[in-house]
Design a protein around this ligand. Structure first.
Ligand code: SAM
Length: 391
């Protein structure tokens, strides 16, 4: 059938690094893109198991041109056990549950839960820990143990066509990506800067925490991403946000418009090396080249140091969906040093299981996240707070 040949071509393209999985699916000109994407993802999801079965059946020895053999050579894996380890990493990435943030600007968790129950989903209450989430299957769902308005569904649940999502009552957002706004925690009425804001998931979360009271100055320099952000914010009922197409580095900290900004969210462009979709495509596909890493880290550090110059700033959250130390702990360490003691890391979520790498004293206050340790995408968060000088 055409869909199988199209899927085979996409998988071959991914293997030979002709492009990303999503990119190749869209470039395939196949009529039913959704069906093709689903088939390719499923094949990828089970590829480790298929590889192992083929290997164990002795086919590798008999037929040297089989894909598992090529995969071993390219990934520098020399033993079947290592191949399985690579497979299990991919497996964890594919097991990241579907997290759904209830948009409290439009509804409440109780109403959303009732809606799902009426649709035949079975509500299991608030999870007591990660084991409850790991055990989720079928049409069961939970409330997250940490975030008050986060629903958790099994990994394969697709809610993109769900009426509550279409109406902006639900935001499909990974749990790790909900932490930055939650940890910034601006009270209603505050002035907040979202420095690199598009496509706006965290902005809409901030607006919900502000209850639309106060002001979010949201910047992004990408016009296309800002356009989709405007649609997302309108759908989510956000009314306290001013969007600007502007390089954050050119936003003046001494501009009177920002004199009340006490909270900044900085979620800059990064390598995306922690994104589960990248890990599904190819274990090391998301890893940037040394040059790209240097360029990204240089921008991230400039942006962070710039943000720390806003005079009324009290609290800042720095986050990335990268797992590279150069984009995370190293950036934070350099900015703290540059601030000459004006800012320090806040000790947040002491029970969070995955902490910052020990790159500098205090780095354990940073948070990391991964499919294996927190059942989320790979993520990094640091909360910086101004050191109050006693009067
Ligand atoms: N915070 C967003 C969210 O939760 O939906 C995701 C932000 S994304 C990781 C990084 C964004 O930073 C991109 O949209 C990119 O266009 C923007 N960006 C990159 N350099 C920038 C700059 N100098 N000033 C403003 N935005 C920038």
């Amino acid at each position: 059938m055409a869909v199988y040949s199209a899927a085979a071509a996409v998988l071959a393209g991914v293997e030979s690094r002709q492009g990303s999985l999503k990119g190749l699916v869209y470039a395939s000109n196949f009529k039913n893109v959704k069906q093709l994407y689903a088939l390719v993802c499923e094949t990828q999801r089970y590829s480790a198991v298929l590889d192992a079965v083929i290997a164990n059946a002795g086919l590798l020895r008999a037929e040297k041109k089989l894909r598992p053999h090529l995969a071993k050579v390219r990934q520098g894996v020399s033993r079947n056990e290592d191949l399985l380890e690579v497979g299990s990493k991919r497996g964890s990435a594919s097991q990241v549950p579907r997290f759904v943030r209830v948009n409290t600007l439009k509804t409440c968790a109780e109403d959303a839960i009732d809606y799902f129950k009426r649709q035949g989903f079975s509500y299991q209450g608030r999870a007591s820990g990660l084991d409850d989430i790991r055990a989720l299957k079928g049409k069961c769902f939970l409330l997250d143990p940490l975030l008050p308005e986060l629903l958790v569904f099994p990994a394969q649940t697709d809610l993109h066509d769900h009426p509550l999502y279409q109406a902006g009552h639900l935001i499909l957002q990974d749990k790790a990506s909900c932490l930055p706004a939650m940890l910034l925690a601006p009270p209603p009425g505050s002035h907040v800067i979202d420095a690199c804001a598009a496509p706006g998931n965290k902005t809409s979360h901030l607006a919900a925490l502000l209850k639309n009271q106060g002001k979010i100055f949201a910047f992004d320099q990408d016009a296309k991403r800002l356009a989709s952000m405007a649609t997302l914010l309108a759908r989510a009922g956000v009314s306290c946000c001013e969007l600007a197409e502007q390089d954050f580095l050119t936003v003046s900290p001494s501009d009177q418009r920002y004199c009340q900004v006490q909270y900044i969210l900085l979620d800059p462009s990064c390598s995306g090396s922690g994104m589960p979709s990248r890990q599904l495509e190819e274990p090391k596909a998301g890893m940037p080249s040394p040059e790209r890493l240097r360029a990204l880290a240089a921008f991230q550090q400039r942006a962070l140091s710039h943000a720390l110059r806003f005079p009324a700033l009290r609290r800042l959250v720095y986050s990335t969906c990268s797992v590279c130390q150069e984009e995370n702990e190293d950036v934070v360490c350099a900015a703290l040093q540059q601030s000459l003691g004006a800012f320090r890391l806040a000790a947040v979520l002491p029970s969070w299981p995955h902490r910052g790498l020990g790159a500098f004293p205090g780095a354990e206050h940073c948070l990391r996240a991964s499919p294996e340790t927190t059942l989320t995408g790979g993520f990094f968060i640091a909360v910086l707070e101004r050191v109050e000088v006693p009067r």
